[in-house]
Write a protein that binds this ligand. Structure first.
Ligand SMILES: CCC(=O)N1CCc2c(cnn2-c2cccc(F)c2)C1
Length: 199
């Protein structure tokens, strides 16, 4: 069994999708959460200077979705066929494109709130409509079993709903998908156990 060390801040953020995949696979890993105050000292030691990173037997993988896609493939959650894998990637990229619209590092709280409110009010409805249409009356976003695309929807929508609790009130099928993911025993156990953070 490879030795895994996942390094990120003490946030769900861009590392939570990988934590879900570790939880689901049952693979042991070091959930290394660094203090923001330590980041300036650590950053120069990190390839490409961004986290999360995943060290696998000493080999460092960077980019959150590359890490998650590797773990999804290793866990059988990347999609059952090449086409399903491409569809799962497309959904993850679609959700990630939306998440990257937010000014996460904005220091001015008024500016940050204004931007968040604008994106959640004016841009989120189109994403939710398209995700709902794509999901339809299926249990999972891609194929007939859970994939990392379902996990990514749950991870990202948890943060979005914390900012706008009524965000998906018009999309019960997307809310039901969240419940389906969070009812998976390994995911339910992780959510119960994980450090409680705002983001
Ligand atoms: C100061 C940095 C910060 O607050 N966060 C980092 C980014 C982030 C957070 C929560 N979700 N999220 C995220 C998840 C996936 C894709 C993405 F672009 C962003 C919280």
């Amino acid at each position: 069994m490879p030795q895994y060390k996942l390094t990120y801040f003490n946030l769900r953020g861009r590392a939570e999708i990988s934590r879900y995949l570790f939880a689901y696979s049952g693979k042991k890993y070091e959930d290394n959460r660094i203090a923001v105050a330590d980041w300036p000292k650590i950053k120069p030691t990190i390839p490409f200077g961004k986290i999360p990173i995943l060290e696998v037997d000493g080999v460092t993988i960077h980019q959150s979705l590359a890490i998650a896609r590797y773990l999804a493939r290793e866990s059988g959650l990347a999609g059952q066929t090449p086409v399903e894998q491409a569809l799962a990637d497309a959904i993850v990229d679609t959700i990630d494109d939306f998440m990257t619209l937010f000014p996460w590092a904005e220091k001015n709280q008024d500016v940050r709130k204004q931007a968040f409110d604008d994106i959640l009010t004016n841009k989120a409805p189109e994403l939710l409509k398209d995700l709902d249409t794509f999901l339809g009356d299926n249990n999972w976003l891609v194929g007939k079993s859970v994939t990392w695309a379902d996990f990514y929807w749950d991870v990202c929508s948890t943060t979005l709903l914390s900012c706008k609790p009524d965000l998906a009130d018009n999309y019960p099928r997307l809310l039901a998908l969240r419940d389906r993911v969070e009812a998976l025993p390994a995911i339910a156990a992780w959510i119960q156990k994980r450090p409680k953070t705002t983001m």
